[in-house]
Design a protein around this ligand. Sequence first.
Ligand code: NAG
Ligand code: NAG
Ligand code: NAG
Length: 255
Amino acid sequence: MRRLLAVLLAAAVAAAPALAVVVDAEMPPDVAARWSTLDPTKWSLPQLQSALPLLRPPPGFAVGLYFNASLVDNARSLAVSGASKHPGGPIISYVSSTKANKTYALVDSDGDGSADSLTVVLDGLDTPQGMDWHDGDLYVTGWDEAGRGIVWRARGIDSYALAGRRFPNSKLEVVTNRLPSARWHGARYARFSPDDGLLYVSVGAPCNVCPEDRSPQGIVYSTIYTINTTNGDLNLFARGRDSMGDDLPDDKLQM
Ligand SMILES: *[C@@H]1O[C@H](CO)[C@@H](O)[C@H](O)[C@H]1NC(C)=O
Ligand SMILES: *[C@@H]1O[C@H](CO)[C@@H](O)[C@H](O)[C@H]1NC(C)=O
Ligand SMILES: *[C@@H]1O[C@H](CO)[C@@H](O)[C@H](O)[C@H]1NC(C)=O
């Protein structure tokens, strides 16, 4: 977990679009830091390091620079290979970039807590935003060439990451291509549950106040679906909305 937080920082730094650190005097420093924007192409290492104390990790966590990810254009999502468990062994973190249509592998080959190489493992996919690693394979959300919302599977991805090679697009498997085509709020995040082994995927609504509540294929907007990655079954898990902060009304789960 320590390492994951460090990766997060490097990616957040890489993802931020603008130059200034916006520190509002009204905000506590940790909140101000969340609202800050840092551009690693314009900031020197000492400047970045001087901004780190603004981030206050919970007890037991440390924050530091994991990799100079200035080559990762607009990092959006992270997944750490579950094979990265052997002490001193390689730790592989996957980073998606929707702007570049690429997925990168960051490899910390000696397990010392900072990554030493960056490889493009997936390229030419349409908006590969959400990802997760499960049982040796990387799952990635995006759109296929026909514009259908898709989840791909790259089997045995770690061997490509460790060899510094790209995974061929011809070897990608389709887990499902029934997710909505709509692009507005359409880029998805994805995570496996350790409890049930299902992949949980967000489905945004293609508008702010929608007349229609589902895609033409019947996938309900503003939801989380579970996907059985063996047979592609989709099930509506939860409906909700964002921008509520902690003021969430009682919600319901679709079980
Ligand atoms: C990261 O690398 C870029 C380009 O190689 C360089 O301009 C920048 O100063 C580096 N940033 C840090 C924090 O080392
Ligand atoms: C990403 O892929 C989509 C679909 O092919 C394309 O429209 C878009 O221009 C691509 N973006 C980049 C940066 O290549
Ligand atoms: C997915 O569905 C298959 C039946 O097609 C079932 O055997 C398997 O347990 C399901 N996987 C999960 C993670 O529920």
